[in-house]
Every structure is written in C-alpha cells, then in structure tokens.
Design a protein around this ligand. Structure first.
Ligand SMILES: Cc1cc2nc3c(=O)[nH]c(=O)nc-3n(C[C@H](O)[C@H](O)[C@H](O)COP(=O)(O)O)c2cc1C
Length: 356
C-alpha cells in the first residue's frame, strides 16, 4: 500500500503526496473576488508542501454565499484574481482545486467573527432558498422553496462557474454536497419535504445532485478530476445515512466523479456527532470499499502517524487537514520528517535545506 508521502494520480493530475488542505472559507473576498489574503494563505500551504489545496467554498450565485464576503465565481471579473493564485500554487508544486458551492438555507449570515447571525435586508441580506420552507434553526424565517425553474437556474450557475473554473486554471473541481448547504439539504429528509420529483424517495432526493454532476462533467476537462464532498451521515435519526451515501457514491462514479470527499453533519443543529480523532475516517473507508471509488478522509486528523495509517491501511486515498493547517502550514514538512520520509517530500528549492 502507498504511504502518506507517495504521489496520487486522478485522471492526468498527479499530487506530489497524499496530504491535502481541506476547503476553508476565509470570508475575506471582495465582491466574490480573491485578494492578497488568499494568495498568502493558500500560497503558504503550497510552499509548506501540501499535495492538494482545495480553495474555499465558492458561490455559484450571490444568493449562494454564506456571508457577503464569500468567494464567488458568478461573474467573469472573479476569474483573474484566481488565475494569479493558481499559477503560484502550481509553480510551487501543489494541485489547486476549487470547491463550487451554494449555501442554500444556511446562506446570508454575518462573518463568524461578527457573530454569524442572519442578515436582514437592511444589513445587506438577501432571500435564502432551499428545497422546502424549513429553516435550519427553529424559529428562523423559512427559506423560499425553489421552483423547478429556479432549480434549473442554480444548476446552470454550477455549469457556468465550472467553465470559469477551467479559465481560472484549477486542476480539480469539487462540488460541495455537505454541511447542510443546498445540495446536502436536498439529500436529507430533515430539510427536504418536497412532493415533486426532487423529494421523497432516495432517487428523488439525490436528483438535484446527479443532474448537476451530469451537467457539469462535460464542461470540466476529461483530463481533470471531479470530486464531490458529501456529508456521509446527518448523525440524526430520520436523516441522511451512510448507506445512502454509499449508494449515491456508486451513482456519482458512474457519472464520471473520481473522488468522494467524506465529511459529515452540518444538516441539523440537533445532530449528535461523535467528535474525536479520525472520527470521520470510517465513513471514507466504507465509501471507498463499498462503492469502489477513491475517497478523501477529513476531520481531526492532526498527527503524522495517524494520517499515514489511514493511507497505508487503504482506509482513504487522501487525507485532508483543515484547522491543523491553519496552525501549521508546514505540517507536511514536519510529517515527512516524523515519518522518516523527508527525502520523499518535494519542497520549493528555496526551502530544500529545511528537510535535509
Ligand atoms: C475556518 C474554516 C472554514 C471552513 N470552510 C469550509 C468550506 O469552505 N467548505 C467545506 O466543505 N468545509 C469547510 N470547513 C470544514 C473543513 O474543511 C473540515 O472539513 C473540518 O474543519 C474538519 O477538519 P479539521 O478537523 O482538520 O479541521 C471549514 C472549516 C474551518 C475551520
């Protein structure tokens, strides 16, 4: 079996190792455009040795932003700032990926450090949308139930954002189907009470996702991998389950998806999440073995031995780190040294002496 420092290839894209930066909203974009913050933030992690860098949730339309300062790709002006960043990431050995997203009923909030409360129209807020008029928090205003025409419009927004992602130079595209945002909210019976072809049965609840992937795949180059991040369980009775995730993963594979990024939760504030080291790894392992598709494991992976074990035992093909990467952009250097594999790490030449 490969180890953490071995390269990983999907289609014709090769990552220099199995360590990825998990997508992390920075709430620091200007009109959806990346800034110097993003260049330094993402660039540091490329210089630090990560094989894959998944840029933050990027809204396909303005209503799909979590906060007004989210990244977006709903307009051509948002392409250029990203080109510069991607060129830097590639020049320093990392594969840049984008995560295309729509926040659905969890949109329209203040930035976390400003309190995350729902924004009123007067505060620059907008109408939030979802599969059904069920709010995320009891007592909040219900989202507008999307009509069939509006569903198609959002799917088309995913397609145009995909075309812009190609122009921006991304090498992998991930569709955000996790954490209670629009796509996941279609999957889960907790947020989807529709009675048309987008609600009810499993086939109906996954229709929005499958159709979107079917529209996106032909616009994303054949040579480049397509991933989907799933919340693999709602951690709540009556919610979306791991078994459903495995069935969905099989169908996504048949549509040309190359990787399932296995997260969980976020769909209901009532979830009982068994948080702990590697707590989501069994989800990545189950999807990988039972759907026969490569997976990424994420969630409280912080230690080099822990990460290496996941790869060596074939529990996932990639590990993604989020908060640990914020604490330490040089985690890959330290992991390679701790595992006695420093000679395998490819670092920018300027930093080569750090691993000798
Ligand atoms: C600051 C921050 C922003 C995040 N933004 C996103 C995001 O844009 N998209 C996403 O899918 N997950 C997002 N997440 C979740 C992480 O990608 C990751 O799944 C989660 O933090 C668990 O990994 P960790 O234990 O290594 O932090 C975010 C997490 C943090 C800490």
């Amino acid at each position: 079996m490969p180890n953490l420092l071995d390269p990983f290839t999907l289609r014709s894209v090769t990552m220099r190792n199995r360590i990825g930066v998990s997508p992390m909203c920075q709430y620091s974009s200007e009109d959806g455009k990346a800034t110097d913050w993003h260049l330094v933030h993402l660039g540091s992690r490329a210089v630090g040795g990560a094989g894959l860098i998944i840029c933050e949730a990027t809204a396909v339309e303005p209503r799909g932003r979590i906060s007004p300062s989210d990244a977006g790709l709903w307009s051509d002006e948002q392409i250029e700032p990203q080109v510069r960043i991607n060129q830097f990431l590639i020049a320093h050995g990392a594969v840049p990926a984008i995560q295309l997203a729509h926040a659905g009923r969890k949109a329209c909030t203040a930035r976390p450090w400003e309190g995350s409360q729902l924004l009123s129209k007067a505060q620059g807020g907008w109408e939030i949308v979802g599969p059904s008029p069920i709010p995320f928090n009891d007592g909040d205003p219900p989202p507008h139930e999307l009509t069939l025409t509006q569903i198609r419009e959002i799917q088309n927004a995913f397609v145009t954002a995909t075309v812009r992602s190609v122009q921006a130079g991304f090498q992998m595209l991930e569709i955000h189907g996790a954490h209670g945002y629009l796509m996941h909210s279609f999957h889960s019976p907790l947020s989807n009470a529709r009675r048309d072809e987008y609600g009810g049965s499993f086939e109906n609840r996954i229709r929005f996702t499958l159709e979107t992937v079917r529209l996106v795949r032909p616009k994303w180059p054949d040579s480049k991998p397509l991933a989907v991040r799933l919340s693999c369980t709602d951690w709540y009775e009556g919610g979306w389950t791991l078994e459903e995730s495995i069935e969905l993963a099989k169908k996504l594979k048949a549509e040309g998806v190359d990787l399932i990024d296995c997260s969980s939760g976020g769909g209901t504030p009532k979830a009982r999440v068994p948080v702990g080291a590697s707590f989501q790894v069994p989800l990545a392992e189950a999807v990988r073995r039972q759907a026969g598709i490569p997976t990424a494991a994420v969630g409280l992976i912080t230690d080099p031995m822990q990460a290496d074990e996941i790869i060596r035992n074939g529990r996932a093909d990639l590990v993604l780190l989020a908060r640990e990467m914020l604490r330490n952009p040089y985690w890959p250097v330290q992991a390679a040294r701790a595992l006695g594999k420093a000679d395998m790490l490819q670092l920018p030449v300027q930093y080569a002496r750090a691993i000798r």
